[in-house]
Design a protein around this ligand. Structure first.
Ligand SMILES: [Zn+2]
Length: 366
């Protein structure tokens, strides 16, 4: 029988424990506690269960893979895959480690989408899918610098989250950390049939953004945060939160420099798709001119432009160089088959217009 009378200190900020909020009972199981209590720390905005024996939990996870989703074929969290894929592309990340990769579904999916980047899946439990040219799996944490370390649904399981992150920082020197955990603020509104579904003895930390940020220490600044309903075995109903951190606190100038660098990379990618072709421009507004600015994807490509398509084309005609054709959207059929570079905000109506009037045209959105 474990003595539960003493309230523990917060595992994140060490403030003496408050509570408990409630007691929980579980069936006896080797390595895991069969009685726990749930505590809250108002200081850093965390709820956590106690007791927790780090060695016992380590032995448990060494034997039991938490996520049986193996390989990309059965990976269900496409929203997370898209989000991380965007981060990797926009920030030009090349060395990526998925810490606690489980069955390797996420890291396999990312490796398939980014053949120019190198990926490592790490987990204490084996059972990995096949490796590939740019993807390795290991049960031993590597050493060396990584552009991005992913902690997807790991920290809520960690008996010592702060120690885990310190270890990652010292060993992997990540430039970016992507952290995803359940979102306690969504539990009450995403009801599940099982009693107390969201509080078990495996999810032992329930983070708010403040406690998540404090877990990382002072060396990182938050650049992206969001909440979503994660696809899970019972459907897309598991409330989750994600946060992307980057080294150093970002002031406004630093954040703008990040943004400009991201935009320059994106512009360069778009430019390589169009610079050897001739095309029509859809939209002759501010977006077109911004794309023509020195860092933009259309800079210096005036000679590639065959003409402009715009709803106000009659009024704009005098502003166009003589060599550019002037096309009203209703006359798109006359340029069917030609490449169209679209500078206006994407909308369903526009896609339908292209499909109806110039189905043989490739449309690239800037
Ligand atoms: Zn705390």
């Amino acid at each position: 029988m474990i003595d539960l009378s003493e309230g523990p200190d917060c595992p994140i900020c060490q403030t003496p424990g408050q509570g408990p909020l409630m007691s929980l009972a579980f069936r006896r199981k080797v390595h895991l506690p069969d009685q726990t209590r749930l505590y809250a720390c108002r200081d850093c905005d965390l709820a956590f269960s106690w007791p927790r024996d780090p060695d016992s939990y380590k032995r448990h996870y060494g034997q039991v893979a938490n996520d049986f989703t193996t390989g990309v074929e059965t990976f269900r969290n496409l929203e997370q895959l898209e989000r991380l894929s965007r981060v990797i592309a926009r920030r030009g990340l090349r060395r990526i480690l998925d810490f606690g990769c489980g069955g390797g579904g996420l890291v396999s999916g990312l490796a398939g989408r980014h053949p120019d980047a190198d990926f490592v899946g790490y987990d204490v439990n084996g059972g990995f899918p096949p490796a590939s040219a740019n993807l390795a799996f290991t049960q031993t944490l590597p050493e060396g610098a990584f552009d991005l370390v992913i902690l997807s649904h790991v920290l809520e399981h960690a008996p010592d989250p702060v120690g885990m992150v310190r270890h990652i920082e010292s060993r992997l020197q990540p430039r970016h950390l992507y952290v995803e955990t359940p979102d306690p603020q969504g539990y009450a509104s995403r009801d599940q049939p099982q009693h107390l579904y969201y509080v078990d003895r495996l999810h032992i930390n329930h983070f708010g953004l403040n406690s998540l940020t404090r877990t990382l220490g002072g060396g990182y600044g938050l650049v992206e945060y969001g909440r979503y309903d994660m696809p899970y075995e019972v459907g897309p109903v598991y409330p989750a939160q994600y946060a992307l951190f980057t080294v150093a606190q970002r002031d406004v100038e630093g954040s703008l420099m990040d943004y400009l660098a991201d935009q320059a990379r994106r512009a360069a990618t778009l430019r390589t798709r169009i610079e050897d072709q001739r095309f029509y421009i859809y939209g002759f507004g501010d977006n077109f001119f911004r794309n023509r600015s020195p860092s933009g994807p259309l800079a210096g490509l005036d000679a590639n432009i065959l003409g402009v398509i715009d709803r106000n084309i009659e009024a704009l005609r005098t502003e166009l160089p003589e060599s550019w054709a002037a096309v009203h959207p209703n006359d798109l059929g006359s340029i069917n088959g030609k490449l169209i570079v679209c500078t206006v905000t994407q909308s369903g109506g526009l896609a339908a217009l292209f499909a109806a009037l110039c189905p043989d045209s490739e449309v690239i959105h800037l």
